[in-house]
Design a protein around this ligand. Structure first.
Ligand code: SER
Length: 584
């Protein structure tokens, strides 16, 4: 079965079971600066898992594009991917353990026709915070999983939470037995010898964790995730995702083009190429910070491995076209954005080639210095300087050094690098706190106007018109909010007039620090309460707006000029988008 058939079967199956099919959110989360990329199907749904009403109902299903780059260095082995697709289904206070497990079992055995003998499951063993999940185990037994293939593990294996705080709960995981021999008498799903592969994770979200511990959520939810690439590989009896149709064309082309044979490098090229193309398609651009930096690393690592395979970089264009042609049925946006994606990657390639040439020259100078004093050692400081000043990757320094018979002190480099990373991490946290990447007079004004628009929408459209996202540049503001209809001309005009009235009234903007609890009780508006620290800053604009926010803002609304709505359009299902400008 091909990946796209598995995806379609999944969505159809859950549709038949009363779920609404919702679109995949973009890889770059619009309204959540706390994460770099969308890393799970549940991520865009957090507000709904916390109790907000979803416009599509209480049963949802989708395929979600995901990027996880915490183990980027491991890509190249036979299972790690930075980009993957997660199929998921959700119950928002609707069905719970029994129905969720019955549906999963039916899908695996009837739709995908996996023999029951291939399946094992794991459930939560219980601890101080939460009792043993005997209910899930009972249901598994009832549908036909024998008791000796039902395992119980603790929080490390059978508990799911995204990060440190947030909605969470015990999960039950399904494993596929590849038929490989057991690695020992104790071989079981938790062991990573490769006999058992995890295929699906159903999280029973009934808790919320914060610094004070666990509390119960108002509603019990179910959140499930099934990795498409892995399922495809298993159903096709393949050893790795790179042997499936998702990667085959590019892998084969690389085999033809390579002058030296490194399977690991071929996998890295194929994987990083797909991943960077998906990120760029969703609006990503390489840069030196945050998301852009992750993308830059992906592209540069891919190029290094093309070099290692001794493939002419001119071939990149062909490889990208092959990828688009191969994946466009699954991701039509790739076709739409084909030229833009190619341009971004080729531009980054040119930059990197320059960096490499430049860095090599510097490296030669360093070698000369050492020849003069008869040393065969390159200190970590030098490796770091080449990296920090010229962007020359330490791996390349190491390779060159080895070729010329030099020794490299990578330990010292790693220490320096860690310090440097810590600094930039603090820097980007600082930035996320403020929420604004560049703070100019214009962006600050737009930020204040955003608060006014947020309030005006609540007065004109309704109390439930909550903010769903916002994006500010020096030239305009963009604002997403819940609303089930296209705004009428009258509504748009009323919103515009109200914001302008407030601007003309010359309202003071004031700032106050208070506990998160007091802030919420005082009725302050906020998008993701769980994302804020215990002490928060609340900005008030006269009597008309009160929001949790990092600032900065103008001092008085008089400074804003005239507010004008340029466009009102749909952003996604149940969400509208307004683009507006301030005219001074
Ligand atoms: N959130 C869970 C996971 O990422 C299930 O979707 O595995």
């Amino acid at each position: 079965m091909k990946a796209i058939e598995i995806r379609n079967k999944y969505l159809d199956f859950f549709k038949r079971h009363g779920h609404s099919v919702i679109p995949s959110a973009p890889l770059i989360p619009e309204n959540d600066p706390s994460v770099l990329f969308t890393t799970a199907g549940m991520q865009p749904l957090v507000p709904y898992l916390l109790g907000e009403k979803h416009p599509e109902g209480t049963r949802l299903t989708d395929y979600q594009k995901c990027v996880r780059t915490n183990d980027i260095e491991e890509v190249g082995d036979n299972r790690h991917l930075t980009y993957f697709e997660m199929l998921g289904n959700w119950s928002l206070g609707d069905y719970f353990k029994e129905e969720s497990i019955c549906m999963s079992f039916e899908f695996l055995t009837k739709e995908l026709r996996i023999p029951v003998e291939r399946l094992s499951v794991t459930c939560f063993a219980g601890d101080r915070d939460c009792p043993k999940d005997a209910i899930s185990a009972e249901v598994w037994k009832k549908v036909g999983i024998p008791e000796d293939r039902i395992y119980f593990y603790g929080k490390d294996d059978n508990w799911w939470i995204a990060g440190e705080e947030g909605p969470c709960g015990p999960d039950t995981e399904m494993f596929y037995d590849t038929g490989k021999p057991a690695c020992g008498v104790n071989c079981q799903p938790s062991c990573d010898c490769g006999k058992y592969v995890e295929i699906w994770n159903n999280v029973f979200m009934e808790y919320f964790k914060d610094k004070n511990g666990y509390s119960k959520l108002a509603k019990k939810n179910v959140d499930t995730g099934l990795g498409l690439e892995r399922m495809t590989m298993l159903l096709q009896g393949k050893e790795t995702p790179f042997d499936t149709e998702l990667f085959r064309p590019v892998m084969e082309k690389l085999e033809q083009l390579q002058k030296v044979d490194y399977i690991e490098s071929r996998r890295i090229v194929a994987e990083h190429l797909r991943s960077s193309m998906m990120i760029i398609s969703d609006g990503g651009r390489p840069s030196n910070i945050d998301r852009g930096y992750v993308l830059r690393r992906l592209i540069r690592r891919m190029i290094r491995h093309l070099n290692k395979l001794q493939i002419n970089l001119e071939e990149l264009s062909t490889l990208m076209d092959m990828n688009v042609d191969n994946l466009k049925e699954m991701y039509p946006d790739l076709e739409k954005n084909r030229e833009r994606i190619k341009n971004v990657i080729l531009e980054e390639k040119d930059k990197f080639v320059k960096t490499l040439t430049h860095g090599e020259k510097e490296f030669e100078k360093e070698m000369k210095k050492r020849q003069e004093i008869g040393s065969k050692k390159i200190e970590g400081e030098t490796v770091f300087r080449l990296y920090d000043t010229y962007g020359f990757p330490p791996e390349v320094t190491k390779e060159l050094a080895k070729e010329h018979g030099y020794e490299v002190d990578l330990r010292q480099f790693n220490e320096l690098f860690k310090k440097h990373q810590e600094k930039s991490r603090l820097g980007s946290e600082q930035k996320f706190k403020g929420g604004l990447a560049e703070q100019t007079e214009e962006t600050i004004a737009y930020h204040t106007a955003t608060h006014l628009l947020n309030s005006a929408l609540k007065q004109i459209i309704g109390k439930d018109a909550h903010q769903r996202g916002s994006n500010i540049t020096v030239d305009r503001m963009r604002f997403d909010f819940n609303c089930d209809h296209k705004l009428t001309e009258q509504e748009k005009k009323a919103v515009e007039d109200l914001v302008n009235q407030w601007i003309q009234e010359g309202l003071e903007v004031t700032k106050q620090e208070m506990s998160k609890k007091d802030a919420i009780q005082s009725g302050a508006e906020c998008m993701f309460i769980e994302k804020y620290p215990d002490i928060v800053t609340v900005y008030s604009i006269g009597e008309v707006s009160k929001e949790l926010c990092g600032g900065p803002h103008v001092k008085n609304t008089k400074e804003l000029g005239t507010f004008k709505i340029k466009k009102e359009e749909s952003s996604s299902s149940g969400i509208r988008r307004i683009k507006a400008v301030l005219i001074k």
